[in-house]
Design a protein around this ligand. Structure first.
Ligand SMILES: Cc1cc2nc3c(=O)[nH]c(=O)nc-3n(C[C@H](O)[C@H](O)[C@H](O)COP(=O)(O)O)c2cc1C
Length: 278
């Protein structure tokens, strides 16, 4: 379908596609993104030929994009800043940081940590442009919902949502059964939404949910630009703050810098090709 009706960008969650799939998407000018939650997963993404890797921290709202569903590792996900730094050193494709980002200062932080871009989900949930249920939008800042948790209760795979009755009652024993559990609970969630019962819905949200605002997406974007510290010229050129002295040390040792070559032109080229193919 995507070969016959190409789109500018395709992103994969829950694992990397085969090289053949990525090549087929590239042939029709599509830019390919794949989520990774560990450096090993990021290496698999790079091997698959993807244009960029989305580094998803454990703070992120919605489903964790882990490549394999291993219940023993539940709750041991890496925080975003740590993950971005590790993935940045593991691969040479651009890194897009996702998870808990709600303000411009955080965008500046992930760029300083080595990301090429930031991806925000929860921050857009409450905007008028978002198609989220009104109860879901209100719950993001409702003091009744003070925290989020990773749970298998709704779908059978770990996903971060606001802690409500459904999550509290069914989370502790929910099996690793995706997508069966998703289909099983779907009618219940729909009925809860129809009845106006936010305690029975899947209220996906990242850890920064309390900072959500019902501003139009365009105004939001301008706020972030205003409250983000401006990276210096060197940051912009190299995507890195050299205050740690890492760069100088690497150059003295003859290792070159960046330690692993970046290909900043590749992402831009793919976007241009995708636009030209439309
Ligand atoms: C309501 C909601 C739905 C999501 N649905 C998807 C999805 O269908 N596919 C996907 O790759 N990621 C999905 N995500 C995860 C985002 O891609 C991203 O990792 C996450 O929103 C980043 O964290 P943040 O929500 O704290 O900004 C979803 C996130 C939310 C909040």
């Amino acid at each position: 379908m995507l070969r016959d009706n190409p789109v500018p960008v395709v992103s994969f969650h829950f694992g990397a596609p085969s090289r053949e799939v990525v090549d087929a998407l590239h042939r029709v000018g599509t830019f390919v993104l794949v989520t990774a939650t560990t450096p090993d997963e990021a290496r698999a993404v790079e091997r698959a030929g993807a244009d960029a890797v989305v580094a998803q921290g454990v703070e992120a709202g919605g489903h964790q994009g882990t490549h394999r569903d291993v219940p023993e590792t539940d709750g041991s996900g890496l925080g975003l800043l740590s993950l971005v730094a590790q993935i940045r050193e593991a691969v040479s494709i651009p890194v897009i940081a996702a998870g808990g980002i709600m303000r411009g200062g955080q965008i500046a932080a992930v760029l300083a940590a080595g990301a090429s871009a930031a991806q925000l989900g929860t921050a857009f949930l409450a905007t008028p442009e978002s198609g989220a249920n009104a109860l879901h939008k209100q719950a993001l800042t409702n003091p009744l919902f003070v925290r989020t948790e990773l749970t298998r209760a709704f779908s059978g795979r770990p996903a971060r949502g606001l802690v409500n009755r459904f999550l509290r009652e069914h989370g502790p024993y929910a099996p690793a059964a995706y997508p069966e559990l998703h289909h099983l609970t779907s009618p219940l969630r729909k009925a809860a939404a129809k009845a106006g019962d936010a305690q029975g819905m899947a209220l996906w949200a990242g850890q920064g949910h309390r900072m959500a605002r019902d501003l139009p997406a365009g105004s939001w974007w301008r706020c972030w630009r205003v409250n983000s510290p401006r990276p210096g010229r060197r940051w912009r050129a190299e995507g890195f703050d050299d205050s740690s002295g890492l760069r100088g040390r690497a150059l003295r040792r003859g290792q070159g810098w960046p330690l692993r070559p970046r290909r900043p032109g590749r992402a831009a080229r793919r976007l241009r090709e995708a636009a030209a193919a439309r």
